[in-house]
Design a protein around this ligand. Sequence first.
Ligand SMILES: *Cc1c(COP(=O)(O)O)cnc(C)c1O
Length: 374
Amino acid sequence: MSDIVSLGQPTVGDEELKAIAEVFASGWLSGAGPTCAKFEKRFAEITGTDDALATNNCGAALHLGLTVLGAGRGDEVIVGDYTFPATGHSVAWTGATPIFADIRSDIWSVDPAAVEAAITPRTVGILAVDVFGQPADYDELQAIADKHGLWLMEDAACSAGASYKGRPAGSLADIATFSFHGRKGITAGEGGALTTNRADLANHARKLHTYGIAPALSREGSADLPIPNFDELGFNYRMSDVAAGIMLAQLERLNTLVQSRQRVADQYGTLLADIDGVQAPVALADRVHPWQSYVVTLDATVDRGKVAAYLKAHGIQCNFGTYASHVQPVYGFSGHLPVSADLFMRHLAIPMHANLTEDEVDRVAGTLRAAMAS
Ligand SMILES: *Cc1c(COP(=O)(O)O)cnc(C)c1O
């Protein structure tokens, strides 16, 4: 009878196609070109930062950020536990050890008290995660970082359009990193960005993201024959100019998309309020939540697998929330983080994207109600 309601869906159309055509016509399709430069300028404005660097994904931006902050072998970086494992992986890529810290039970970002408790003489920095886009507690985290001489990073993978006490996501730490993967609020299919107010970090990250030399754009139009010198082992973490064109069109939509998601969240909030065993997510008044995902918490007595199977059988896509990092075997982490471990088992993501209609949201909520009663 009914179509499938998808868990997430990009909002792309004629504007993005037009942007792609313009990049094709320009002849510069590869990365770090003029369209990337335009995107970076615009993204820095939106995030209220001095510099933005376009990358091919958020994992690359995380790796660059940690590298230019100096993380390496023998170091410990405290990481918010509840996240897609790109966060923990990026720390491990540098040779440093991710030390996972437990999360707040309401908004699921790292608990500042757990961060403080995890500090050792080896700690060099804190990598907080804006879980599903809602910013973490940056005032408290910055105070801890200052007190102990640590740097602070924001995994803002899901945070485009978010803010904390009036300050935009991306500007809340020494470095922030964004994802433009297809499941995020704005997307080029794949993509990422690093933002910072520190020119030294921005310049170093820009160099490392293009194999350790200045981007080709800086040599364009030169009258002589500049020959770059490779003095540092960089990577190819460039965003293509094709993706940057798509991203420029997506930035035009950003406000509308966040408003649409807020409308969906408001409607869910009303419809789910009286379903026994289901708790709606919390959005704190001092921050703007961009609702990358909408994740409900089921009571411990509820059989999540059964609820999920019911939803799927009725055409409603769903998923778990995100990952408790510390239980992933790849890290060999020995601690137990009870809040994160528990929510990893009880969270259920239901459809959230900017294209959902009121009727679809009604249908999702009604089906979840029926699933809980079944
Ligand atoms: C999606 C996501 C990432 C990874 O982003 P990619 O662009 O796929 O590398 C990292 N951190 C968090 C919190 C994410 O949600």
